[in-house]
Every structure is written in C-alpha cells, then in structure tokens.
Design a protein around this ligand. Sequence first.
Ligand SMILES: Nc1ncnc2c1ncn2[C@@H]1O[C@H](COP(=O)(O)OP(=O)(O)O)[C@@H](O)[C@H]1O
Ligand SMILES: [Mg+2]
Length: 312
Amino acid sequence: MGKIHILHENSEWTEPLIEALEKRRLPYQDWFLDEGIVDLKTEPPDGIFYNRMSASSHTRGHRYSPELTAAILRWLWRSNRIVLNGFRALDLEISKVVQYTALEEVGIPVPRTIAAAGQKGILEAWDRIGGSVITKHNRAGKGLGVRLFHDRNALQEYVVGNDFELSVDGITLVQEYIQAPEPYIIRVELIGREFLYAVRVDTSEGFELCPADACELEISTCSFENENVLGQSEKFEILSNFNPPFVSDLQKVMENNDIHVAGFEYILDKKGNPYYYDINTNTNYNAAAEKRAGISAMDRLAEYLGTVAEEC
Ligand SMILES: Nc1ncnc2c1ncn2[C@@H]1O[C@H](COP(=O)(O)OP(=O)(O)O)[C@@H](O)[C@H]1O
Ligand SMILES: [Mg+2]
C-alpha cells in the first residue's frame, strides 16, 4: 500500500485525521506546507496525496501556502500521482467566484453576487443589487470580511472607514443577503463524493462558523458570556434521516472540479428555497456533534483514503 500524504498548513486541524489514520494503522506522511522548494526535474514520492490546503492560511501567517500548494499539485499531476482534491479543487478553495460558477454550471442556485476590485466597485455593486447585502472576501474561510448592510450609506461608511479590510486577493464580493426564517445554515458533508451527513449550524452568534474544535476554542476564549463547552458545541447538530437538496448536483460539481472531499453550505430563504454559498474543500468536523450522533467523518475519511491508497 502507498503512503497517504496529507498536504496542509494547519496542524491543529490535521490532528483528528492523523488520529483516525493511526487507529486504522494506515501509513501516512504529514506534509506541512509553508515554505519549501519544488524541484520540477525530480519525481514526487510514491503514494497518494490528499490536499487540505486552506483559503484562510494567510490569517495564520502562511501567506503563500496556497501558491506553494498550487505548484506542488501541478507537479504531482504531471507525474500522474493520484491526488484527492487536486489543483482544480484548490482553485475553488481560494476563490468564491470560482465556487459560484461551478455551482451555477450544474444549475444549483447561488445568491446573486458581484465581484468588486477596488472600493468604488463595491458601491457600484450595491447599486445593482440594492436592499440588504453581505460583503465577503473572495478568498475567505472563517467568515473573513463577512458583514451585513441594510442600506447604501452604511456600506459606504464601512468601505471608506478604518474597519474596511480587503481580501488577500483584492476582490470583495457583494452578495444578496438571504434572510433565513430561522437562524441556521446547513452544511452538507461528502467524502469520496458520497453524502455522509448534514449538520445544522446555529448562526445566531455570528458568521464565523468553522466546525473544527480548535476554532471553537478560539470562539469560547473570546466570548463575553463565557459559555461552557457544551453550550458552544450544541451550535452544531447532525441531522438524521435528512436528505439535503441538490446532492446529486453537488456530486457533479465534485466530478467536474477534481474534488473528492468537501463540505457545502446552504441557507434557506423566507420561502424555504435553498441557496448554496460556500464550498469547503478543507473541511473540518465537529467532534461533540459527531459524538452525540454516533458518527465520525474523520474515521470515514481515513477509511476512504485507505481504500484509495490500497488501489494505487
Ligand atoms: N448571502 C448570504 N446571506 C445570508 N447569510 C450569509 C450569506 N453569505 C454568508 N452568510 C453567512 O456568513 C457565513 C460565512 O459566509 P461564507 O460564505 O460561508 O464564508 P466563509 O468561506 O468565510 O465561511 C455563512 O455561514 C452564513 O452564516
Ligand atoms: Mg462558510
């Protein structure tokens, strides 16, 4: 069996996967990507490669990890290595515009979105959409730059003020605000392009919805109310016997874009229509919610990686 190489830039998020691989006694190689070289004249190591690069890597001091990963993924591709979440998956991870075009390509509804380079463009975008809008970074994750504005003046004040923060790729998205009748979104987890489960995430506390335990810790340390760990964890609830909309189309998006493992997020509008607005190819799972539901996505992922490695 070939080794399973894990490409990533966040050891905290990778730990649960490594534990699951060790439990199954699967051979793996932790490949932390911050700085390094890619010698195009050489051959990559044997084995399979699983890319978990994160769009928010620059917030952890790893500004160029996605660019380095892009180079490595091309090198692996050239050498015919099996890569799970290949270079096209990375293209999606680091650009919501690429995500939205991939969703629309197969007919999945996406909130109306305008990409703006430059502050003036953000207001021009509002003029086209009007009403309540969400701004967000094109290269995001962790809810970067996600803000809600109900009118043009409030948006203008933000755009010219000190709080304005530009996406690391310079592109701000202005998006139609989908007002959900109840404060939650649903995240749909697929592993090996198969639906595993849907998790409901309570959004009443804000927009940063990373399910990793490491992120929850961050939230609880800065929480004013000092909620207990259980209170924080119940923010995530795995839904049983639930069939999310558009699953077969999500699978098409995965096939079209070299994605094997991903979490897709959608929100319902007042009429109950679903809109997908985020694809996470570096997906994390909430351990407390999984414990309550008696399921482990990391174990399923380890099993899947083991099967692929066995075949190679
Ligand atoms: N168009 C929208 N309408 C309403 N809420 C939204 C919209 N877009 C994002 N949100 C909220 O903001 C959160 C973060 O946005 P998202 O696009 O998932 O960014 P990130 O990639 O940083 O997670 C979402 O989970 C959701 O709660
Ligand atoms: Mg999200």
